[in-house]
Design a protein. Sequence first.
Length: 172
Amino acid sequence: MVGGGGHATISHTVEAQLLAMHVGNCTRGLERKKRVGRRRTNVAVQMIPAIAAAVEALEMSSRQAQSKMPIAEVVSMIDLVKYQEGAVVSRTLVNCSTGTVTLFAFDEDQGLSEHTVPFDALVHLLEGEAEITVSGTPLRATAGDAVLMPAHQPHSLKALSAFKMLLTMIRS
């Protein structure tokens, strides 16, 4: 419609129809976005187990790097460390802020001189025979035996025969 002055004008009816069409398009667009959003949400929800598995794998890889031994596998502790003539060999299996687990192989007549540590330490003999002295008291231990050495108490170890032990220190 052409009004005075040659400018094109739109009647209120046509304007209302155009506005209704625009609103309709927007509403349909919103509905489409909601459907796409729901699909995206569904895809995200479906991806959660995969993401959780990936995070778990990364955490296990991190623990594996910290532990120095296979995770979620059966291992022979005795085979994780070998004897060396005239030496004490150690292998840290777990090393974290709350404690350590270390495997030792002592050749016969080798040992650790008297010392103290600020944490309780548990020695578990895996094979062989050792004399473990705690606060001046000698204790003879063989495969399968364990000795708890209290924090701040002097202790030492001597191999009566070649022996292997697992040392667990708890930092608390």
